[in-house]
Design a protein around this ligand. Structure first.
Ligand code: HQG
Length: 184
């Protein structure tokens, strides 16, 4: 596995899910001190330095991580399971957004809508191709259409992470269009 991918996976682990695994502290907005991250990573046996971190932030395929304006802190732009407040402003979504999932989850999704599971938000994509790729991670992919405009009109807030992922707290089943439904 390429070095950058390995570092990206490590950063996903400590900046989204398990900072305590290396003794790292995230502030309430999910930021970690860069020097502290580098120090603790090396203590944990991970070779990490500022230039490598900068390459991962710049070149990561999904731009998963971002530095603070002063460059002294770093955080994951979305995808957290630890509780953080990303402080994203609510934004009006496009009429339709897409969620990729696996066919085996459909009965449960029809019953309860989309739930964030272990993460803080349900993740939605602006295009079907990205959604299909996300769904394929879980099994036989299926893309659900989220009638986001209707949801927003009904008072559900939407957010967009700096790397372009649409986020919302949950999607009730009534706002989902399943493949094979009339008109799809
Ligand atoms: C499913 C990746 C049963 C949901 C991607 C999904 C994304 C339900 C799975 C980001 C359900 C959760 C997130 C319900 C939802 N019953 N299953 N009621 N509601 N589900 O991995 O959206 O590469 O937590 O459909 O690109 O797959 O990590 O979410 O299949 O943006 O940066 O429960 O992760 O980004 O799986 O992926 P996940 P996700 P990164």
């Amino acid at each position: 596995m390429a070095d950058l991918v390995r570092v990206s996976k490590f950063l996903s682990l400590v900046l989204r899910h398990k900072p305590h695994e290396i003794g790292l502290a995230l502030d309430p907005n999910g930021w970690a001190d860069v020097d502290e991250l580098i120090r603790l990573a090396n203590v944990a046996g991970r070779r990490l330095d500022r230039p490598l971190l900068e390459r991962v932030v710049a070149e990561n395929d999904k731009k998963r991580f971002a530095f603070s304006d002063d460059g002294r802190r770093i955080r994951a732009s979305q995808g957290h399971s630890v509780e953080v407040e990303l402080d994203l402003p609510p934004v009006a979504p496009p009429d339709l957004l897409y969620h990729g999932t696996a066919t085996r989850f459909l009965p449960s999704i029809r019953a309860t809508g989309l739930r964030p599971g272990s993460r803080q938000h349900v993740h939605l994509s602006a295009d079907e191709t990205t959604a299909a790729t996300v769904g394929r991670r879980h099994g036989e992919p299926v893309v659900l259409v989220v009638r986001a405009g209707e949801m927003a009109a009904a008072g559900f807030p939407f957010y967009r992470s700096v790397n372009g992922v649409w986020l919302t707290e949950r999607v009730p089943a009534e706002f989902l269009t399943f493949p094979g439904s009339p008109g799809v």
